[in-house]
Every structure is written in C-alpha cells, then in structure tokens.
Design a binder for this molecule. Structure first.
Ligand code: GLA
Length: 400
C-alpha cells in the first residue's frame, strides 16, 4: 500500500514540477553563435576555426565559453532510427568529434533545435521526439540547447519547453536551455522554471535604429529590441535571463554603434553571444567584445538588468546596481550627431523601480571609472561634462 502511495506521489510530482538543471547560468551565458553571419553556410571547419579564434584572440580569456551551431546542421530527414542526423557534407566527422574538439580547448558546445515539426529553416523539429533527441544530444556532449519555436502549430509553449527541459534532465547531461519563443507568450513569466534564458523579440538586424520588414515578419535594429518590452526587467536574474538576442557587433555598424550595442547588452545582463565572423574580426571589434571592465558589468553577480533613469536632451541615462553597493551608469547619445552632456550627479537621487536599490549622490561620493577610456575619471562630487559621439556611449563604473 505504502509503495502504491509513493508511486502515485512520484507521478503527480513529476507532472507538476519541471525538472531543470539549476544554476547553469548564474551569470548571463557568453559565447558565439553561427546564425547572424553564416546562416546555412556552416561546417566542421568553420566551427573548429571559431574555437581556435576563441583562444587566439582572447575571447576565452574574456569569459566567452559556448560555441553554438544554429539551424541548418542536420539532414532534411531523420535517419532510419528516427534520429536527427548531421549533414555529412557539412560535418563529415559527426557532432561527437566536433564536441570533443571544442571541449579539448576548455570550451563548451551548443546546438540548435526546434519545438515544432520543423526548424525555421525547414529541418526536422523535435516535437514528439524530445526524449530521443535529448539523449542523442547528450551522447554527443552538448552543453547548451537553443530551442526555437517554428512550426509549432498551436502547441502550448509551456508544455513544449517543459517537455524538452524534462527530456534533458532525463538524459542526464546538464545543458543550458535557451528558450527562443520571441516573447509572444510572455516567456519571462514562466521561462525560469524550464530554461535559463528566453528571447524577448524577433531576430536582431545589424543596424542601430532600423526595422527590416520581410512581410510576414520583421528583424529589429538594436534600439528597437531595447525598447521592445516594458516592465520585464524584474523577471530577469541569475539562472533565468531576458535574452535580447545574439550580438551584431562587427557586422557592419559604425564602431560607435557597435560599442553602444555592446555596452547596452552589458548593462542589461543579457547573454553575450557573438554573432560575427570572429575568425577575421577587426582589431576594434575584438577590443569591444573583449573589454573586461564592460564584461564585468554584464557578469555582475546581482544580475540586475539596467533601467532607463532619465533623458538629458538626446542622451539616455541607463543605470544598473552592482554588488558591493557599486553602480554602472551608461550615457547613450540617441541621435546620430555628437551631443554635449552636463550631468550634475549631486542633483540626483536614484531609486531602482523594481529592485530595492537606491542612491543619493548628494550624500554618497563615488569614484568614476570610465570603462571605454580604461581610466579613472574624477568623481561624482564634480558635475560631469562630456561630449558623446553620435549613437555613442560613455559608460562608468561608480566605485566606492
Ligand atoms: C529563428 C531564430 C533565429 C535563428 C533562426 C534559424 O528565426 O529566432 O535566431 O535561430 O530561427 O532558422
């Protein structure tokens, strides 16, 4: 009798509670993903070269870890056993060998799947194959699954992501689960139960302010994603992050715009997933992507997403609490011409609208560390006077 009760209890429990590998993303995941630059033009050689560039150009040292193969890695059909099969022309040695290569460099391996019948590019989806696919990915050594939402035809997103989360758990290999549902079913409200981050938007485009209209869907410039959702920062934090999409740094914007894009992604504590061709990145691109002081803002253990405190003419003032009662403040010039900024710290008392952090600059003095200049730059007792390039930023760490 006791045994029957125990079994019933276990069944009810497993239905009611999702099983998620906890604590895999206590700070926002950092890595590289193939999609923004390469789309279907991916291969084993590309991924190995990317892994080599992680070491050669200092990305690994800066904290980047995951190398993620996006859509188009599989054959158009499952194999005779119903398994997903890597395209042998693109990945002649299979995924296990590639994962081994990536792991041998001290890095982690990520891959892409889809909760529907087909992926967004028309390859087999995992609907109905979750356990089998999770076991296969686990056997290859996958550490991160980006799980997309195409061809889901009325499927309930919570059920879909729970099913894959449970399948990963059952396959007994910890994997970060990236929910890629684009924010239509408010994943910030439920995503943390099943996954570690959730996209809040459609796809990013390599431009600062534009919208690329494809007819049935749109791609979004950096600032469009920044302003896409209201009121969701309170949901983001350790092990469950709002995901502002993979970065477009190095993909054609002006250097100032790239720096602003990166600064905002750091301020937002969103995943730092590079989306450029890092095999041949320009020195200024590498400099942006590997700035350790900016990355430290992104990786701050409190994991608080910045909020917009105010506008000073065309300059937006973004503010983020850091551990040890420090702050990050990013001044962003929204217009394309240079702006003059005057900001008298002493006139500002700042209260975080969602979290219990506040500062009164008339009472508390901080030293200013100018992150992009890489130097100490006065303190908050003196009004800040600065010139900011069009679409540019000045970002400070306020130190005690
Ligand atoms: C969707 C996702 C993108 C990318 C493509 C691949 O559009 O949002 O990030 O993964 O699918 O087809």
């Amino acid at each position: 009798m006791k045994k029957t009760f125990l079994i019933i209890f276990l069944i009810i429990n497993s239905l009611a509670f999702a099983q998620k590998y906890e604590n895999l993303a206590l700070t926002p995941p950092m890595g590289w993903n193939s999609w923004n630059t390469f789309k279907s033009d991916i291969s084993e050689q590309l991924i190995k070269d990317v892994a080599d560039a992680f070491i050669r150009d200092g990305y690994k040292d800066a904290g980047y870890e995951y190398i993620i193969i996006d859509d188009c890695w599989a054959l158009r059909e499952r194999d005779e056993n119903g398994n997903l099969a890597p395209d042998p022309e693109k990945f002649p040695n299979g995924m296990k060998a590639l994962a081994d290569y990536i792991h041998s460099k001290g890095l982690k391996f990520g891959i892409y799947g889809d909760a529907g019948r087909k992926t967004c590019a028309g390859y087999p989806g995992s609907w109905g194959y979750e356990e089998q696919d999770a076991r296969l990915l686990a056997s290859w050594g996958v550490d991160y699954l980006k799980y997309d939402w195409c061809s889901t035809m009325g499927r309930d997103p919570k059920e879909a992501y729970k099913t894959m989360s449970d399948a990963i758990y059952a396959a007994e290999r910890p994997m970060v689960l990236g929910i890629c549902e684009w924010g239509t079913a408010a994943p910030w409200e439920w995503g943390k139960e099943f996954g570690h981050l959730w996209r809040i938007s459609g796809d990013i485009a390599p431009c600062f302010e534009c919208i690329v209209d494809h007819g049935s869907y749109k791609d979004w410039g950096v600032m469009k994603i920044v302003y896409m959702r209201e009121g969701i920062r309170k949901y983001s934090g350790p092990d469950g992050w709002n995901d502002f999409d993979m970065m477009e740094v190095g993909n054609g914007m002006a250097v100032e715009e790239d720096r602003s894009h990166f600064s905002l992604w750091c301020m937002f504590s969103t995943a730092l997933i590079m989306g450029n061709d890092i095999r041949s990145a320009a020195p200024e691109t590498i400099e942006i992507l590997t700035n350790k002081d900016a990355i430290a803002i992104n990786q701050d253990p409190l994991g608080i997403q910045a909020f917009k405190y105010t506008d000073v003419d065309s300059t937006e003032v973004w503010v983020k609490s850091l551990e040890n009662e420090e702050w990050a403040v990013c001044f962003l010039n929204r217009k394309s011409e240079p702006a003059s900024l005057e900001f008298d710290w002493g006139e500002h008392q700042i209260q975080d609208p969602d979290f219990d952090y506040a500062v009164d600059f008339s009472k508390n003095k901080f030293k200013l560390y100018n992150i992009w200049a890489g130097e100490r730059d006065g303190n908050t007792k003196k009004p800040l006077k600065a010139r900011i390039a069009g679409h540019g930023v000045i970002m400070f760490r306020l130190e005690k």
